[in-house]
Design a protein around this ligand. Structure first.
Ligand code: FEO
Length: 162
């Protein structure tokens, strides 16, 4: 059994993961509206991954005999100025999620809650991957931007994500 404080923090993280999915669905719609189906595909899969993260946390709460407490999901900002801006926002958001996971690990350590600490290791590794993949896209857009046609090439590449 985990502490009430830890269960509350995990419930808050579940809200953040579902918000992340919401944010990326909005970005997928924006890219889709521009006719960039590949980029829309990438964001849709990103959203799906976020729901998967939320489910992992929900499953863990259940395993620990703690209650799932669902709160309202905030509406994300859907006004984007460019595709590059959506990826910049994505990286900024993922850095916030990384910090949030770090806070959970810190709490688990403070409470000598080894089970939760071990459970969180998967998310620590996942956040490294999340930040790297988005940084890579931002870098490609910046390089491609100097050569022209970068958005269409990126759209083709991101359309391959499964
Ligand atoms: Fe669930 Fe993108 O972090």
């Amino acid at each position: 059994m985990i502490s009430e404080k830890m269960a509350k923090a995990i419930n808050e993280q579940i809200n953040k993961e579902i918000y992340s999915a919401y944010l990326y669905v909005g970005m997928a719609a924006y890219a889709g509206g521009l006719g960039l189906g590949g980029i829309a595909n990438w964001f849709q899969l990103q959203a799906k991954e976020e729901l998967g993260h939320a489910q992992k946390f929900m499953h863990y709460l259940s395993e620990q005999g703690s209650d799932l407490v669902l709160k309202a999901i905030a509406a994300p900002d859907q006004k984007f100025t460019s595709v590059a801006a959506t990826f910049d926002k994505t990286l900024e958001h993922e850095k916030e999620v990384t910090a949030s996971i770090r806070d959970l690990v810190t709490l688990a350590k403070k409470e000598t809650d080894y089970a939760t600490e071990i459970f969180l290791q998967w998310f620590v590794t996942e956040q490294i991957e999340e930040e790297v993949s988005v940084s890579d896209i931002i870098q490609k857009l910046a390089i491609g931007g100097k050569m022209g046609n970068s958005l269409l090439m990126l759209d083709k590449t991101l359309g391959l994500r499964k």
